[in-house]
Design a protein around this ligand. Sequence first.
Ligand code: ARG
Length: 277
Amino acid sequence: MTQSLFMCAPDYFGIEYEINPWMSLKRQADRRLARAEWETLHRFLTAELKLDVQLIRQVSGLPDMVFTANAGLARGKTFIASNFRNKERSGEASHYEAWFQEKGYTVYHLPPSYYFEGEGDVLFSDDENAFAGYLIRSDVTAHAAVAERLGVRIVSLELVNPRFYHLDTCFCPLNADSVVYYPGAFDAYALEVIKANFSDRIEVTEREAEQFVCNAIVIENHYIQAQGGQETLRPALEKRGYHIHEFDMSEFIKAGGATKCLVLKLTEAPQRAKGYK
Ligand code: ARG
């Protein structure tokens, strides 16, 4: 498989502040268990799916750096750096920038007043179409700038539920026609937009959404998710020919993230996009 992923092993992961409703200083993550959960996922991606996984070293004092989906957005050799909304995470940015620069990427910065949390809020349904979440973390103004920079179409979706603060916590496109999502995370207009753009919609229940099953890594017909989704998601995915791989993400869910948040896709630029800057 040609897909490469960018990850960060949890050397200094922990719950050191509260910036989303899942995080509580009273509910600390078990470091050893977090390490084991991450290793199991990493081993699956590299040894089973044979994906290339590139690693950045976690920096002490930046406990959420494990969630590399928020580093920015990478496409071809362009990297659009995130502007984190919360000061607790903004220290991560220079480390990601240095890594991508070192690997030969052109690093692009959005205007500093546009908050943008990378792939956590931007998900592609095919090579030229992406969906982006805004309001809670990223700003809608950032979407237009990203779309222009990458030469892709971005459809903005308003997130209204603080528990599902990044698009990847409640929405997972399978391809250009099919999507997995939790309706309770979106405003009425976003729900219309989702209907208009996907003819095949798998709606998960609140209970399933809270298990973080929308937060999945999709590689061809593999759906790589946290444990759960027995009621509606599993049968729906099986019917569509997906292989479901469940991983215990208990420690990362305490920080508000699961499988998808732990990876950033490093994708070769599609042929069509080559003419763009
Ligand atoms: N604690 C992190 C935060 O609130 C979790 C980030 C999860 N990442 C994601 N792509 N949903 O920023």
